[in-house]
Design a binder for this molecule. Structure first.
Ligand SMILES: Nc1ncnc2c1ncn2[C@@H]1O[C@H](COP(=O)(O)OP(=O)(O)OP(=O)(O)O)[C@@H](O)[C@H]1O
Ligand SMILES: [Mg+2]
Length: 262
């Protein structure tokens, strides 16, 4: 249905044979050119393969490049070198318009701050990704209603973000991220602004959604409780990823605020 409107994407999706991985990164590097002309290398050869339905937590000290990596995976930024594949489609060599379309269609984002549109109600915010993808308004309104009910906000459909609590705003953001049935949900400190109890409710929701939809989750977090729920945890250090265990002596949180309330 959706695919029929994007013949090119449709062909690519079917062309691969077998189910492509939701997200893959190969030898990914990202550096920034500073004002004085020097290069600041942030990611230096990151390899990552996320399986369908898998939940992966990415941890690391502040400034290690976690958000940079997530933005690359979600086509919000482009690598200096290396390749990213989303749902089997390479992002290399795409126009910004194509990247925007792929992002909207295949990736759901949840950020630390909800980034909802203040003038719009919950339903309207959740409808937007579908409308951008060219879906009929009536269909999207119905889908938005269902998604908001699924995240426990059936009674807050017509509220604007300013009329919702922080946890409710994040739940609207989760519903919006699911609007186009993405292959992966990328979350950057999704509970970073929430108290412990509200955080745990949001984490429950993310993992419930993962179960129900076999959705892949990539979770960037300083929150030990969230990281411990993932199938595996990767530590971003000195520009690359390495497997790690969550323990009380985590070095990755030592230099950062561990935003859990006591
Ligand atoms: N546009 C830019 N130009 C130069 N340096 C940048 C730019 N954007 C990010 N950086 C640098 O890249 C590094 C990684 O930033 P990033 O936001 O990915 O860190 P992070 O791991 O998400 O940190 P935090 O846990 O604090 O959110 C930082 O040192 C930052 O200063
Ligand atoms: Mg960050």
């Amino acid at each position: 249905m959706t695919e029929a409107r994007s013949p090119k994407l449709h062909t690519e999706r079917e062309g691969t044979g077998g189910t492509p991985r939701p997200v893959e990164a190969l030898a990914l590097s990202r550096s920034y050119t500073l004002g004085d002309g020097s290069e600041l290398a942030i990611l230096q050869g990151v390899d990552l393969a996320i399986e369908s339905g898998e939940a992966v937590a990415i941890v690391g000290a502040s400034g290690s490049g976690k958000s940079t990596l997530l933005h690359l995976l979600g086509a919000l930024d482009q690598p200096t070198s290396g390749e990213i594949r989303v749902g089997g489609r390479s992002l290399t060599g795409r126009s910004s318009q194509e990247l925007a379309r792929l992002r909207n269609r295949f990736v759901g984002f949840v950020f630390q701050f909800h980034h909802l549109l203040r003038e719009f109600t919950s339903v309207e915010n959740v409808m937007l990704p579908g409308l951008i993808d060219g879906r009929p308004r009536g269909e999207m309104r119905e889908r938005a209603r269902e998604l908001l009910e699924a995240v426990g906000l059936g009674e807050r459909l017509e509220h604007r973000p300013g009329q919702l609590s922080g946890g409710e705003q994040q739940r609207v953001a989760v519903a919006r991220a699911l609007a186009n049935d993405p292959v992966v949900l990328l979350a950057d400190e999704p509970s970073g602004n929430l108290d412990t109890r509200t955080s745990e409710a949001l984490h429950d929701l993310l993992f419930q959604i993962r179960e129900q939809r076999n959705l892949s989750l990539v979770l960037v977090t300083h929150n030990r409780e969230l990281a411990s729920r993932a199938d595996r945890t990767l530590l971003l250090r000195e520009g690359s990823l390495e497997p790690t265990e969550i323990s009380r002596e985590d070095t990755w949180s030592a230099t950062t605020a561990d935003r859990e309330t006591p």
